[in-house]
Design a protein around this ligand. Structure first.
Ligand SMILES: NC(=O)c1ccc[n+]([C@@H]2O[C@H](COP(=O)([O-])OP(=O)(O)OC[C@H]3O[C@@H](n4cnc5c(N)ncnc54)[C@H](O)[C@@H]3O)[C@@H](O)[C@H]2O)c1
Length: 277
């Protein structure tokens, strides 16, 4: 059901070919936005844009390349005239090694995607809003790994923690302009990122998802796993004018996991993954 909350808005979404980005693309279009989808997965991105019709475009983009991000914004402005929302969402677990085994290469590779790319996105989106003389909303996907260790590899957790500092800094630098910067802070959501992180084969992915549902859903505070739509709904709120007095912070969307000292989601998912390895 369309709320019309994003009527007339132009949004750029990175990591749009899968998971949370994909769901957000659908939600944004359903609620009135026109969207430019960016991802390294060309086939899936092109298919999604075709499915969403006239309101959507896809352009192949590697967010770890600043020239690619510049070209993405230029493309969005060329297609739709301006941008109002930049959802910096692309990410992956990266190097899962404990700190004692983490190589410089592994750390840098993980930071390049999960931190540096967000820095470049904030810089370029803010410059574009300044150039347009309009206020925008920058949304960045963080993780509950900013609060606790053990949800993901340490390199990823460090990157996501730094993303929160970026969000606050970006909000500060946009003082008085109306441009806002906020993060979404998801708990475990069963997107393709989780089976990929545990090395689950495509052949086992469906059964893995079923077993995770059986093991994990009932022990969460809200009694179900997180879905990409839960993140898309938070993104809809942060992209819309309903959140116009919110900047420099994060919205935790985790089914209550951070409120509950005995949350075992990630431990149980790791156990299920062990059944497939
Ligand atoms: N799934 C979870 O439990 C979870 C929890 C907390 C945070 N997150 C974060 O949510 C965001 C979205 O992840 P998801 O769960 O939807 O995973 P996903 O794997 O389904 O989607 C991530 C997308 O990012 C794209 N991507 C990866 N590297 C890229 C690059 N260099 N350039 C452009 N695109 C690239 C992938 O192709 C993919 O389409 C990520 O930032 C992730 O860290 C996920």
């Amino acid at each position: 059901m369309s709320t019309g909350l994003l009527d007339g808005k132009i949004a750029v979404i990175t990591g749009a070919a899968s998971g949370m980005g994909r769901s957000t693309a659908r939600t944004f279009v359903e609620n009135g936005a026109r969207v430019v989808l960016a991802d390294i997965q060309e086939e899936a991105g092109t298919a999604l844009a075709a499915e969403l019709g006239d309101a959507a475009r896809f352009t192949t983009t590697d967010v770890t390349s600043e020239p690619d991000l510049e070209a993405l914004i230029e493309y969005a402005v060329g297609e739709f005239g301006r941008i109002d929302v930049f959802f910096s969402n692309a990410g992956a677990a990266g190097d899962l090694s404990p700190v004692t085994d983490l190589t410089e290469e592994g750390l840098n590779r993980t930071l390049a995607l999960n931190l540096n790319a967000h820095v470049a996105a904030h810089k370029l989106a803010t410059r574009q809003f300044q150039k347009q003389g309009t206020a925008g909303s920058i949304i960045t996907t963080a993780s509950v790994a900013i609060f606790q260790s053990g949800w993901n590899g340490p390199a990823y957790s460090m990157a996501k923690a730094a993303v929160m500092a970026l969000v606050r800094q970006s909000a500060l630098e946009n003082k008085g302009t109306g441009t806002r910067s906020n993060a979404i802070v998801p708990g475990a959501v069963l997107t393709p990122m989780i089976p990929t992180m545990f090395g689950i084969s495509d052949a086992d992915a469906e059964r893995f998802a079923e077993r995770v549902e059986e093991e994990v859903a009932g022990q969460t505070l809200v009694g179900r796993l997180g879905r990409p739509e839960d993140i898309a709904n938070a993104a809809l709120f942060l992209a819309s004018d309903l959140s116009s007095w919110i900047s420099g912070t994060g919205i935790v969307v985790d089914g209550g996991a951070m409120a509950f000292t005995k949350d075992r989601s990630i431990e149980l998912i790791t156990g299920v993954a062990g059944e497939f390895q």
